[in-house]
Design a protein around this ligand. Structure first.
Ligand code: BGC
Length: 723
C-alpha cells in the first residue's frame, strides 16, 4: 500500500526502539581525560613524547602495532591489534560475523552487543587498541574489503559504526575508526588518489566518521590512498580541517601500516602516531622517532605539536580507564610459543549464532518451500564445496587467503582464525531428525551434483564469492574481485542442480553482490543469503532454514541485474574521480530509474507485516520531526521486521530521491495488535551540506517521509514542512 497524506499532527506515544544492554564501564569525558593527560605529558621530555608516537617496527613486539617502548615510567607500551571482527593472530578467540553481516542485521542492540563481546575478548588478551570498526563505503561492488565495513549507505554505516565503537569502548578498549578516507578499492591503494568533492565528502564518506567521533571513538586510522592528490596520512584537509576541525576529534590519528610517507608534512598535517613505526616493514628506519626529534630541533615541527600528539594518545588511554588494572598482553602474534594461550571466548558463540541467523537475508521463497518441514522430507541433497570443509583447511591459509570449502570470512588483516567452524552440512545434520536422509556432494563436480540432486525431495546448492586485502592474491584476485560472479564455476553448479531438481534452494556465501544468470530458472524456489556468518555458520543457517529463527536480515547493498548498472567500478587509474557524487548505491538506482535485482534494505520473512497510520509531529521549538507508523504482524509466525524511513528533501536541496534516515528492528508476535514505531529526525537527519555556506543547512520547503520494508517497498508516506 502506498499512501501519501498531508502531515498529521498527532502524537503517538512510545516506540519500540531497541535499548542496548548496559555498559560495563563508562569512559571518561575527553575533558576529564585531558586534565590527567596534560599532567602526565607535562612531565615528559621531547624524546619521551616522540617515543609515544612511534611504533617499534613490524613484528618487534607481540601485537601488529606496539607503541612507545619503556622510556616513560608512567605510561606503558600500547598494544594495537586487528581485526574489526575479532582478534587476529591469536588462538582461543571468537571469529564472528563480518561487519557487513552486522549491518545486514539492521539491529542496533545486536551490533552493540557484538562490540561488547569483542571488547571483552580484546581486553582479556591485553590489547589496548582494537583496529576496527572498518567504515569504508562499498562504493564499488567488487571492492575487496567491502565486507569489513557496513555497506553502501552512509546512514546505516554511521549507526553501525557508532554502536560498534560504544560496545568495544564500554569494555575499556580503544576502538579505531578506519580508514579515513576514500579507501574504497584495493587496486593501486598505495598510489591512487580518491578525488572527492566537498559535498560528497561530507554527506557520504565522512558521515560514518562523524558518527564515530560523536560516539567518542579513541582513535582514527588514516588510509593508504591519496585524497584529492595528497596522501591521506599527511592531508591537512582530511586530518586537521575535517577530522580534528569540523568534527572536533580529540583522540589520536594513527597511520595505516606503512601509510606514512614523510615526517614534517605528516605531523603538521595531523598524524599523531606512525604504525607499525618503520618506514617499510623491517626497514629499521622511521619517519618519526629520532627523525621527528631532529625535525623539531630544525624548527620544521613545533614542540607544542609533539605535545599535542602525545597528549591525544595519553588522553585516549585515560578516557578508556586503561591506567587502572589493564591486563598485560598475554599472546604473541609472531611467536605463538611465547603466549599464554588464554581462552577468552566465554559464551560468545551464542551471540555469533544469533547474529548469523539475524543477518541472513531471504531473497526468494516461492510456494513457502521454507521453512523446511522435516516431517514431510525424506531425502535432502546438500551440494557444493561451499557446503562443507575439510577440517585441515580451516585455518590453513594465513589470514584466510584462499577459498577452500565453505566461506565464512573474506581475507586479509580483517580476519581472525576460526576456533572451529560449523559448516552448513554439519549444521543441517545436527538440526535434522534421523528420518531425513542427507545426500551430500560437497564439491563442484557437475556430474556428481546432478546425480545427487536428482533423487532428492529438495536440493540445496551452495556457492560463494570471495575477496580481501591486496597483499594476498587469491586465484588471480588481488584483493578486489576481478568480477562479481560466483567462484569455482558456481553458476554452472546452480544451473545443473536446478535442472535436476524442481525444488532447488540456492545458498550464497559472499563478500558482496554477485550476478545471478540463473535467477529466472523455474526450479529455483528459494534463495538464501547468509553472507559471511563466521564460526557458527552452519548452525545459524539451519536455524533459518528450519524456521527456528524467522529471517530478518536485510541487504546492506544493492544487488544489480547487470554489473554495468552500478554507479562505479574498480578503477585502474591513478586519479579516481568520485563522479557519481551523492548517488552511491541505491540512490543511483533510484535517481536513474534502474530496476535492481534485489534492492538495498530488501529481505523476506516467513510472516507478513502490515503498515498503517503514519503520523507526523513537528516540534517547532527544537528543530525536529517525529514520525510514527503502526506495524502489525499479520502472518502466522512470530518475526522481526526492519522498518525503514527514507527522506525526500525539498527540491532546492538537490538531494537524491530517497535518503535513508532511520531504521528500527522490532519483534512482533503473530496475531498481536499493531505496535507503534517512531523515528525522530533532528538537524543531523534533516540537513544537507551547503558548499557555499560551508555548513549543514536544513532546507526550506516540503519534505516527504517514506516508511517501508525496503528502499523500494514503501508502505506509508507523508509530507511535512519545517517551520
Ligand atoms: C590494513 C589495516 C590493518 C593494518 C594492521 C593494514 O594492511 O589496511 O586495516 O589494521 O594493516 O594489520
Amino acid at each position: 500500500m502506498y499512501l501519501l497524506s498531508r502531515a498529521i499532527f498527532t502524537f503517538v506515544a512510545c516506540s519500540s526502539i531497541a535499548i542496548s544492554s548496559i555498559s560495563a564501564f563508562t569512559p571518561l569525558s575527553w575533558d576529564q581525560a585531558y586534565v590527567k593527560a596534560d599532567m602526565l605529558v607535562g612531565q615528559m621530555s621531547l624524546e619521551q613524547k616522540v617515543n609515544l608516537t612511534t611504533g617499534v617496527g613490524w613484528s618487534n613486539g607481540p601485537c601488529v602495532g606496539n607503541s612507545g617502548r619503556s622510556v616513560n615510567p608512567n605510561f606503558p607500551e600500547l598494544c594495537l591489534q586487528d581485526a574489526p571482527l575479532g582478534i587476529r593472530f591469536a588462538d582461543l578467540v571468537s571469529s564472528g560475523v563480518a561487519g557487513i553481516n552486522a549491518a545486514a542485521s539492521f539491529d542496533k542492540a545486536a551490533i552493540r552487543r557484538r562490540g561488547e563481546y569483542m571488547g571483552k575478548e580484546f581486553r582479556a588478551k591485553g590489547i589496548n587498541v582494537q583496529l576496527g570498526p572498518g567504515m569504508n563505503m562499498a562504493r564499488t561492488a567488487a571492492g575487496g574489503r567491502n565486507w569489513e565495513g557496513f555497506g553502501e549507505d552512509p546512514y546505516l554505516a554511521g549507526i553501525a559504526s557508532a554502536e560498534t565503537i560504544q560496545g568495544i569502548q564500554s569494555e575499556g578498549v580503544m576502538a579505531t575508526a578506519k580508514h579515513i578516507i576514500g579507501n574504497e578499492q584495493e587496486t593501486n591503494r598505495n598510489e591512487a588518489s580518491s578525488d572527492i568533492d566537498d559535498r560528497t565528502m561530507h554527506e557520504i564518506y565522512l558521515w560514518p566518521f562523524a558518527r564515530s567521533v560523536e560516539a567518542g571513538v579513541a582513535s582514527v586510522m588514516c588510509s593508504y590512498n591519496k585524497v584529492n592528490g595528497v596522501y591521506a596520512c599527511e592531508s591537512e584537509y582530511v586530518l586537521n580541517q575535517l577530522l580534528k576541525g569540523e568534527l572536533g576529534f580529540k583522540g589520536f590519528v594513527q597511520s595505516d601500516w606503512s601509510a606514512t610517507h614523510s615526517t614534517s608534512p605528516s605531523v603538521n598535517g595531523g598524524l599523531d602516531m606512525t604504525m607499525p613505526g618503520d618506514v617499510k616493514f623491517g626497514s629499521g628506519t622511521s619517519y618519526f622517532g629520532s627523525t621527528l626529534v631532529d625535525a623539531v630541533r630544525r624548527g620544521e615541527v613545533t614542540e607544542a605539536r609533539v605535545t599535542d600528539m602525545a597528549t591525544r594518545i595519553v588522553a585516549a588511554w585515560y578516557k578508556l580507564g586503561q591506567d587502572q588494572n589493564f591486563p598485560p598482553v598475554n599472546f604473541d602474534s609472531f611467536h605463538p610459543d611465547r603466549g599464554q594461550h588464554i581462552d577468552v571466548q566465554d559464551n560468545h558463540k551464542e551471540l555469533i549464532r544469533e547474529m548469523g541467523a539475524a543477518s541472513t537475508v531471504l531473497l526468494r521463497n516461492k510456494n513457502n518451500i521454507l521453512p523446511l518441514q522435516p516431517s514431510k522430507l525424506r531425502r535432502l541433497a546438500v551440494i557444493g564445496e561451499d557446503a562443507d570443509m575439510n577440517p585441515s583447511d580451516l585455518n590453513s591459509c594465513p589470514d584466510h587467503g584462499c577459498d577452500k570449502g565453505t566461506l565464512a570470512q573474506g581475507w586479509g588483516s580483517g580476519t581472525a582464525e576460526f576456533p572451529y567452524l560449523i559448516t552448513p552440512l554439519q549444521g543441517l545434520q545436527d538440526a535434522l531428525p534421523d528420518s531425513v536422509t542427507i545426500d551430500a556432494s560437497a564439491d563442484n563436480d557437475i556430474g556428481k551434483a546432478t546425480q545427487t540432486a536428482k533423487g532428492a525431495d529438495i536440493a540445496i546448492v551452495f556457492a560463494n564469492s570471495d575477496s580481501g586485502e591486496e597483499y594476498i592474491t587469491v586465484e588471480g584476485n588481488k584483493g578486489d574481485r576481478n568480477d562479481i560472479s560466483l567462484w569455482h564455476n558456481g553458476d554452472s553448479l546452480v544451473e545443473a542442480v536446478a535442472n535436476a531438481n524442481k525444488n532447488t534452494i540456492v545458498v550464497i556465501h559472499s563478500v558482496g553482490p554477485i550476478t545471478m544468470p540463473w535467477i529466472n530458472h523455474p526450479n529455483i524456489q528459494a534463495i538464501v543469503w547468509p553472507g559471511l556468518p563466521g564460526q557458527e555458520s552452519g548452525n545459524a543457517l539451519a536455524d533459518v532454514l528450519l524456521g527456528k529463527v524467522n529471517p530478518s536480515g536485510r541487504l546492506p547493498y544493492t544487488i544489480a541485474k547487470n554489473v554495468n548498472d552500478y554507479p562505479a567500478s574498480v578503477s585502474k587509474d591513478m586519479n579516481i574521480p568520485y563522479k557519481e557524487g551523492l548517488l552511491i548505491g541505491h540512490r543511483w538506482f533510484d535517481a536513474n530509474g534502474i530496476q535492481p535485482l534485489f534492492e538495498f534494505g530488501y529481505g523476506m520473512s516467513y510472516t507478513k507485516f502490515n503498515y498503517d497510520k503514519i503520523a507526523v509531529e513537528i516540534d517547532p521549538t527544537h528543530v525536529g520531526v517525529k514520525v510514527s507508523v503502526m506495524v502489525q504482524n499479520t502472518g502466522n509466525m512470530d518475526g522481526a521486521e526492519v522498518v525503514q524511513a527514507y527522506l525526500g528533501f525539498p527540491e532546492d536541496a538537490d538531494e537524491p530521491p530517497k535518503v535513508l534516515r532511520g531504521f528500527e528492528k522490532i519483534n512482533l508476535k503473530k496475531g498481536a495488535p499493531a505496535e507503534p514505531v517512531t523515528f525522530r529526525f533532528g538537524p543531523t537527519e534533516l540537513s544537507y551540506w551547503d558548499t557555499d555556506k560551508q555548513r549543514w543547512v536544513i532546507p526550506v520547503g516540503q519534505f516527504t517521509v517514506y516508511v517501508g520494508a525496503s528502499s523500494r517497498d514503501i508502505r506509508q508516506a507523508a509530507n511535512f514542512t519545517i517551520p
